[in-house]
Design a protein. Sequence first.
Length: 149
Amino acid sequence: MNFIQSKRPGINVYAAFTTLFAIVMLHSCDTTKYIFSTSPVVPAAEGSVKVKKDKNSNYNIVLDVNNLAEPQRLSTAKETYIVWMETEQNGSKNIGQLKTASGLLSNTLTSSLKTVATFKPTGFFITAENDANIQYPDGQTVLSTGMRQ
């Protein structure tokens, strides 16, 4: 069998593909995904949190939740949902208020939150509260990524 070899200088396509694949795989390893457990308070709600460490050692947090009922419709009506981040050294931190809204072409309630934290998260939970500016969780936990009760 004779193989024809090109006389043109060029890059080895296999080596380039392998290098690109390795870079993509290493880059994707920086992302951690947390899944919310099924909620006894709002059973239809489901969601996840993606956390990615950036080059400045900050943590980019993207939370998405679907089918989370308005907090006023809970058995004990509340004003808002608060997202909490759990950390090893700094306890639970209020990272933002979660608003629910339906899409233009769908009645599905969706909620999202994007933020940046300097502390490494170990878990997340959402509580129903009457005040968005609280520093410690006081209301009922409606969703959690861990064993928090």
